[in-house]
Design a protein around this ligand. Structure first.
Ligand code: NAP
Length: 300
């Protein structure tokens, strides 16, 4: 099938790009291998998207998808397995054996949080387990939360949560934070309780998170920590498989210019997959709009 534009990934960046591109007159396809919405499909409630009353991430994504379809974008539920980036026409192969062609591609495959991989973690996603403090911290006003990790994200998340929650634990597997000295000092001065040399072995609860089973890796001591929420901040993995040919930053995110163009002509990137400072629904949407406008300009 031939299109003007193929968007890979139907999260907020991809769907917004689809709205702008289809409305701008491009024959637009959106390829999505999993569920529409990307990471927000797993977010119980989005309460910081401007002018929208608190809404489930899934419902917000559904509204974006319907809006894109109203403008004529075609959603294709299939996974990109290969892209031929060189030449004027980009060729994409899919898991179901499809072959799509377009002179322009916007990559919006996002990033995936690294999981702890312990019992209970997956079960309580959206019911106390979160991978985004700025997205979900507001639901834990005055409550007790734990942050897992010892890097800059974990330190920033813990500091952010300390202004909202009643009590914050930072659970780190070693005896020294990986976070920069300035952040580490702020954490130590903030009243956040750091559990050193500790790993989470299980997330426990009924309908929602109620406790964490913690083990001290040096002493072997095990204990139950009563918490209302767990923020996992042990790194993210950009979903850049199949696009190894693009220029990336030191963390593996795609480098773009302000117009979302990448190191290869005709290929743009938008949303969490690109190197940027804030990964939120609103910034993903913004990227998507910019990328679509850049694609329209590129094609004309
Ligand atoms: P990161 O620096 O890779 O840190 C991940 C942390 O999680 C480390 O402390 C690591 O422990 C721990 N960890 C990893 N796997 C684990 C597991 N399975 N179980 C328990 N703990 C685990 O990731 P990040 O904090 O998301 O930061 C990513 C990059 O972005 C970093 O280079 C960071 O500097 C940068 N960043 C910068 C800023 C800023 O400048 N303001 C803010 C956020 C992020 P170990 O220490 O033992 O390895």
């Amino acid at each position: 099938m031939k299109y003007d534009l193929i968007i890979v990934g139907a999260g907020p960046a991809g769907l917004t790009a689809a709205i702008y591109a289809a409305r701008g007159g491009l024959k637009t396809a959106v390829l999505e291998g999993k569920a529409v919405g990307g990471q927000i499909a797993l977010t119980a409630e989005v309460e910081n998207y401007p002018a929208v009353e608190p809404i489930s991430g899934f419902d917000l994504a559904l509204k974006m998808m319907e809006q894109a379809q109203r403008f004529g974008a075609e959603i294709i539920y299939d996974q990109m397995t290969n892209i031929e980036p060189n030449g004027k026409i980009k060729k994409i192969k899919t898991a179901a054996g499809g072959e799509l062609e377009a002179p322009c591609v916007i990559l919006c495959m996002g990033a995936s949080p690294r999981n702890l991989g312990v019992p209970g973690e997956e079960k309580f996603i959206g019911a106390g387990v979160s991978y985004c403090a700025t997205c979900d911290g507001g639901f834990f006003k005055g409550k007790t939360v734990a942050v897992a990790g010892g890097g800059n994200t974990a330190a920033e998340d813990a500091l952010y949560l300390s202004k909202i929650a009643g009590k914050v634990y930072l659970i780190h597997r070693r005896d020294k934070l990986r976070a920069t000295a300035a952040l580490a000092d702020s954490v130590k001065a903030s009243g956040i309780e750091i559990l050193w040399d500790s790993v989470i072995e299980e997330v426990a609860g009924g309908g929602k998170v109620e406790a964490l089973k913690i083990k001290n890796v040096k002493s072997g001591e095990e204990k139950n920590l009563t918490v209302d929420g767990l923020f996992v901040a042990i790194g993210q993995i950009p979903n850049t498989e199949n696009v190894g040919f693009l220029e990336k930053d030191e963390y593996g995110y795609i480098i773009t210019k302000e117009d979302m163009s990448t190191s290869i002509e005709g290929i743009f990137a938008a949303g969490d997959i690109r190197s940027k400072s804030l990964r939120q629904v609103v910034t993903a949407c913004s990227d998507g709009a910019v990328a679509a406008e850049s694609a329209i300009k590129y094609l004309s």
